[in-house]
Design a binder for this molecule. Sequence first.
Ligand code: EPZ
Length: 421
Amino acid sequence: MDRIVIEGGVPLRGEVVVSGSKNSTLPILAATLMTSEPCVIRHVPDLSDVRFMLDIIRYLGAEVTQPDKNTVRIHAARLQGVAPYDLVRKMRASVCLLGPLVVRLKSCRVSIPGGCVIGPRPIDLHIKGLNALGAGLTLEEGYVVAHAQGLKGTRVGMGGRYGSTVLGTANVMMAACLAEGMTVIENAAIEPELLDLADFLNAMGARVSGHGTATIVVEGTGKLHGADYRVIPDRMEAGTFLAAAAITRGDVLVKQIMPGHVLAVNRVLEEAGFDLTSGPDWVRLRTVGETRAQDVVTNPYPGFPTDMQAQMMALMCVTPGASVFTERVFPDRFMHVSELQRMGAQIEMEGATAVVKGVDHLSAAPVMASDLRASAALMLAGLVARGKTEIRRVYHIDRGYEHIDDKLRALGARIQRVRET
Ligand code: EPZ
């Protein structure tokens, strides 16, 4: 397992190009199974999560080729319908295969994705939504088993106790495309990645409208055709680089992004005293003077994203003042706290709330990555800590950030990846 070693203290300066969105790519790759014609997906990030999804798609019987590392061609001419545990357990997002397999094969078995360190990952809303369409899903020995005859359009709500569900909305929207008649999805998630998925489905000949609002309407069509599609930029990678510029008190221009997707993160950074400017496809963060701690409450889009909570906490650990972090999407998502505390951060936990008191500096320490965004937070802390921080289990980072050590090094960071034989 690789380690990353970072010697802190260098203000990051320069420009960085953000990769394609992981959370757009994964459901879009799943959607390619809904047609027997070939699809080409472009601007795909070179990540282990994407490779896991492609392994499962190959296992299901589709032909997968990659003309280059960021382009994927998938031809699901014939499929079999069992997604086994030892593949699915590697990535819980594989649950978004449910919708496509139910409509394409009528019957399928998808292993129930495990929980993960950010907390329980129930799929009750996925099952409720797909069963409303007639999927006949049951839970059998750790698998979700589908017995669909033909799906029929209906009205279905996707709201849960923590708001809507992103991949649950994706599953129902995909299945509705090949159901008979009209489906109205209420309390739909409105994350940009779902708009991207809807645009891809429409490029395949689906009739999806209202995406980006809480009510999505899908007119079922009998068949979908292949499509050639480019996924949107990764808003979490963009936010992570803006936070890296902030924590090192640098000056970084983050390029090839959609600034409208990072407004909530930019707002917190501006309130904290950083200078942000933006153009059609870029945002620049400069450090111009004193900064002050800001509270963060995570919410579904367009609120502050839970996938940026850990990174913003790392920044607030070294920002003067006190800040309160309230996690309203994944209440257990605080694995990064204990590792940040080992680096000298002052954080007190109270249930789903963390109170952070900014300290003068963090100190390097050997730390352990635990989940994708917690690992990003530890890297940010390492960029500013005194001494050399060693981060183990770097595979967590490689799940969601394309060559992030190379990109940070190009901005001046003293960062090395140590390959473990
Ligand atoms: C997506 O996960 C993202 N993953 C997550 O990003 C992101 O944190 C999350 O949305 C929230 O924005 C991908 O898109 C691949 P949810 P998803 O269903 O769809 C509860 C990352 O770091 N819930 O929107 O699985 C759930 O427990 C990852 O890139 C139910 O109760 O998340 C949570 O509290 C981490 N029942 C809330 O809803 C269900 O059936 C939101 O979860 C489904 C979810």
